[in-house]
Write a protein that binds this ligand. Structure first.
Ligand code: GUN
Ligand code: ZN
Length: 427
């Protein structure tokens, strides 16, 4: 059965950080997406697609904007219930709020409850794929994969590994981290739409032996992702220097263990040296910008435009619950605000690209998701561009699609999500 979904459509034909927004996008005022068997079979004008596919059922969203579903390239689903915890910076925030909450995931029933709650919340905000950390408990990873599989979602996740500087009950060992991660890869990686990310939390909580064991595991499974944190706060960078006096810099603690290369995802990456910047770009690794987290925990301003101008691969993410939102709209707004403080006004085309194709490229999934193009998987979000009176009165004055969508980027929330599709299926 085929279905035509009608509305405004916006598709990227090039990277809007390389080409102008006019050259990089195709906007249809009356557009259509043809969906069949969970895939996008065609994208074009409503008139042309209706004529070509008279047998298709039609769902008409009027003036609403059809986009690829949002992709959150770095999140911690176990931090769902402690999001918006007050008053701490990174290391104290981890010790006082995060680790006690993550302890609770030793209980598979709690993990299942939060995994389902998290996916329901993110879908309601238009996010169809996330790359999430779990906790050190393998059952926390099983719970998220099972919840995503039940919804038909594409998802990347991994068991968080920590063997030091974490409380009793939240530590594994180099061997158990390797063994448990390997068993989870065998159980879940490549099963349907699921993919595994080897997940050392960050260098302060992993010994050299643990980082090396995970580097060896990644070499055995190079099509897995590898996700971790890098240079988020200056105190953390100084701590890494004490813990690894032999390392050239923070990135070197991963590089020396075989944890740098295509498929690596480094969250935050704010305080980078020139050597780190060059190695990150040349290695094919991706950085993940977490703007609401970087302001909420007080981490600093990532120079996104300058990194992208160097050719660095970068995705966009909430970093829930260090980040203060489940919404990629709110995350785009924060990226815009940080851009302003860093001297570059990111264009709405650039913000939307980061939340879709940019994150897909970071996850090495751009041939499947994040693009409104033929052959891709039909994960879609439909945005109501007049979802509140405040947004509607501003959008009413818009003279082009960018002015029409920017108020929703800056002021929108889950009320702006008119519809979400996962592999073509309405949620
Ligand atoms: N660094 C190490 N662990 C974490 C985490 O859970 N959240 C954030 N924001 N940074 C981290
Ligand atoms: Zn994080």
């Amino acid at each position: 059965m085929s279905e035509l979904i009608l509305g405004q459509t916006l598709a990227f034909t090039a990277d809007p950080f390389v080409e102008s927004h006019e050259a990089a996008t195709r906007h249809e005022r009356r557009g259509a997406v043809l969906v069949e068997d969970g895939h996008i079979r065609d994208v074009g004008s409503a008139d042309a697609l209706r004529a070509a596919h008279p047998q298709a059922t039609v769902t008409d969203h009027g003036d609403a904007l059809i986009l690829p579903g949002f992709i959150d390239a770095h999140a911690h689903y176990p931090q769902t219930a402690m999001i918006a915890s007050w008053g701490k910076r990174l290391i104290d925030w981890l010790n006082d709020y995060t680790f006690p909450e993550e302890m609770r995931f030793a209980d598979p029933a709690y993990a299942e409850e939060i995994a389902n709650r998290y996916l329901d919340l993110t879908l309601a905000h238009g996010t169809t794929t996330v790359a999430s950390f779990c906790t050190i408990h393998p059952c926390s990873t099983d719970a998220l994969f099972a919840a995503a599989e039940a919804r038909g979602q594409r998802l990347i996740a991994g068991k968080t590994c920590m063997d030091r500087n974490a409380p009793e009950g939240l530590r594994d060992t180099p061997q158990s981290a390797y063994d448990d991660s390997k068993a989870l890869i065998e159980a879940w990686h490549g099963r349907g739409r699921l993919g595994y990310a080897i997940t050392p939390r960050f260098s302060p909580t992993s010994s050299r032996d643990q980082l090396s064991a995970l580097g060896a595991l990644w070499a055995e499974h190079p099509d897995c992702a590898m996700q971790t944190h890098l240079s988020e706060q200056t105190d953390e960078v100084a701590w890494v220097r004490e813990l690894f006096p032999e390392a050239r810099d923070y990135l070197d603690t991963y590089e020396a263990a075989g944890l740098l290369g295509p498929g690596a995802l480094f969250g935050h990456a704010i305080h980078l040296d020139p050597r780190e910047r060059a190695r990150l770009r040349d290695s094919g690794a991706a950085l993940v910008h977490c703007p609401t987290s970087n302001t909420f925990i007080g981490s600093g301003l990532m120079p996104l435009a300058s990194l992208r101008a160097d050719g660095q691969r970068i995705g966009l993410a909430t970093d829930t619950g260090g980040g203060s939102s489940f919404s990629m709209l709110r995350t785009m707004a924060a990226a815009y605000e940080i851009g302003q403080l860093s001297g570059t006004a990111l264009h709405p085309a650039q913000l939307l690209w980061l939340a879709t194709e940019g994150s897909a490229r970071a996850l090495r999934l751009e041939d499947r998701i994040g693009r409104l193009s033929k052959g891709g998987e039909a994960d879609l979000v439909v945005l109501d561009l007049a979802s509140t009176p405040a947004i509607a009165q501003r959008a009413a004055r818009a003279e082009d699609i960018w002015e029409a969508v920017f108020p929703t980027i800056m002021m929108g929330d889950d009320r702006a999500i008119a519809e979400v599709r996962v592999a073509g299926r309405k949620i």
